[in-house]
Design a protein. Structure first.
Length: 501
């Protein structure tokens, strides 16, 4: 059994499903096939994480002269990201069936000829497996290839099936995120030519491999900046509100919680691994950037009237939390970053899907000012929306309370080391940022679901739309109750790095 390439199987099964999608006509069969393939990946990842020990490298690898070895690995940080992607994409594949039925009908009425169901699921599942491959990579070039592979299908999904000026927005998304990837690659090539491109080998992480390289500060910052574009940190975030708001809603539910969080995950796994001393020195700058991102995203979310655009700005704010945990250079803070990836994956997938429920049920309704009083008519949808907001604001009984606690604990510990001034500034910034997150979440909840009923003939949506979202809600509550099963291995793993306690 140890010789079976199980991690490669988590990519090959969805790849096979995506290719078969081009030859299957029946939409229900397509949804079940692709959901099952991605669900298989989630089950294999869970099996490896619980049955093979917390760190396991696939026995199959590919060595390429001058580039190093392409392999796949799972460890506690990878598991939280890859498992979240597999679960989210598997569930949203089922949600896509009723939602895209509505979207195809809209496109037909608009006189737009978009590729059919087979093409949609082909691109969808290709996008999903590329995200999993990116986080499981052990080599910088391998990661870059998977990262670029996420870009093409997501670009086409926005261009073919999105809203508004979808082609213009898709090109903006393509250019911004491709430039980010190229900035990362330029820095990575500078480093790789000196020390090679493998950041993980059979012996483990190559911690500090680039510490003694002189004159490569520019490469460090290029890699940080490139991944920050993917993360949509403030200043390089301009593409995100357009792409996430105007993508077809099932894709918004993947772009927001899954794709952009990869920037934060790989910032630790690659940049911190190779440059731990330089990363620690940059901690004050990254901390300030993180808090500003949290506050900016929260303020912008609070001012929106378009529900999907509000959620897009919320994602910018939530990426500030991920960056703050990384900037703490502390085992607790970084553990919080990876845990918050899972929290955001489940919470934001619920919320974007709820936005899609409203769009599909009420003929494109996105304007919050035209909503109100829907909880009485849509109790299941309202309950799920509440749980989604509870996830991202860290309210029990959701997993978000633990990720937020770990991030704040790590950030406070780092600020105390930097002196009282930093501690006071951080405390004020966190109070504002967390207050804004809570404000936009529950003000939005009140505006949509409470007060006078503004929607004519309001009704609960089809169970095929809200039913799949129960998986996210249940997992968030389950992991809240058994959080130690995730947190303890994560902290033990991170304490093998040169991090603060």
């Amino acid at each position: 059994m140890s010789e079976i390439p199980l991690l490669w199987a988590t990519l090959l099964a969805p790849l096979l499903a995506s290719i078969l999608s081009l030859f299957i006509k029946e939409k229900k069969s397509l949804a079940i096939l692709n959901s099952a393939a991605l669900g298989f990946s989630a089950i294999v990842l869970l099996y490896l994480y619980t049955g093979k020990g917390t760190t396991w490298m696939d026995p199959v690898s590919f060595s390429i002269g001058g580039l190093g070895t392409f392999a796949l690995v799972i460890d506690p940080t990878v598991f939280l990201v890859a498992f979240s992607i597999a679960v989210t994409t598997s569930v949203i594949a089922l949600y896509s069936l009723p939602y895209m039925d509505h979207r195809f009908e809209e496109l037909h009425h608009e006189g737009v000829s978009a590729p059919g169901w087979g093409s949609y699921y082909f691109l969808y599942t290709l996008f999903a497996l590329a995200m999993m491959g990116a986080v499981m990579s052990t080599n910088i070039i391998e990661f870059y290839i998977f990262l670029e592979l996420t870009l093409i299908p997501s670009f086409l999904l926005i261009a073919f099936y999105g809203y508004g000026e979808r082609l213009k927005i898709a090109i903006m998304y393509l250019l911004w995120t491709h430039v980010g990837a190229l900035l990362f690659l330029i820095g990575a090539l500078s480093v790789g030519q000196k020390i090679g491109f493998d950041f993980i080998t059979q012996g483990g992480f190559r911690i500090g491999a680039a510490n003694n390289l002189v004159g490569l500060e520019y490469a460090f910052w290029l890699m940080i900046l490139g991944l920050s574009v993917k993360l949509a940190a403030v200043g390089v975030h301009m593409w995100l509100p357009y792409a996430h708001a105007e993508a077809p809603t099932p894709i918004s539910a993947l772009l927001s919680p899954n794709l952009i969080g990869l920037g934060g995950a790989m910032m630790f796994r690659i940049v911190y691994t190779l440059f731990p001393q330089m990363f620690a020195s940059a901690s004050p700058i990254l901390t300030a950037w993180a808090v500003i991102t949290m506050i900016y995203g929260g303020l912008m979310a609070l001012s929106q009237t378009d529900f999907k655009r509000l959620l897009a700005y919320s994602s910018i704010s939530q990426m500030g939390y991920l960056l703050l945990g990384l900037a703490s250079v502390n085992a607790y803070g970084i553990a919080g970053t990876f845990l918050h990836y899972m929290v955001h994956a489940y919470g934001k997938a619920i919320l974007f899907a709820v936005a899609g429920i409203l769009i599909a049920t009420y003929y494109g309704l996105r304007d919050i000012t035209k909503m109100g009083g829907l909880a009485a008519k849509m109790p299941y949808t309202a309950s799920l929306a509440l749980l989604g907001f509870m996830h991202i604001t860290g309210i029990p009984p959701t997993l978000g309370i633990w990720s937020e606690y770990l991030i704040v604990r790590g950030a406070v510990a780092q600020a105390l080391q930097n002196g009282s001034t930093w501690y006071i500034l951080l405390a004020v910034g966190l109070l504002i940022a967390i207050g804004l997150s809570t404000a936009y979440a529950f003000v939005t909840m009140r505006r949509i679901f409470y007060g006078p009923l503004k929607v004519q003939e309001a009704r609960e949506a089809s169970a095929s739309l809200w039913g799949p979202l129960l998986v996210f809600a249940l997992l968030g509550i389950l992991f809240f109750l058994f959080a130690s099963l995730l947190i303890d291995p994560l902290l033990s793993f991170l304490k093998t790095f040169p991090l603060g306690a």
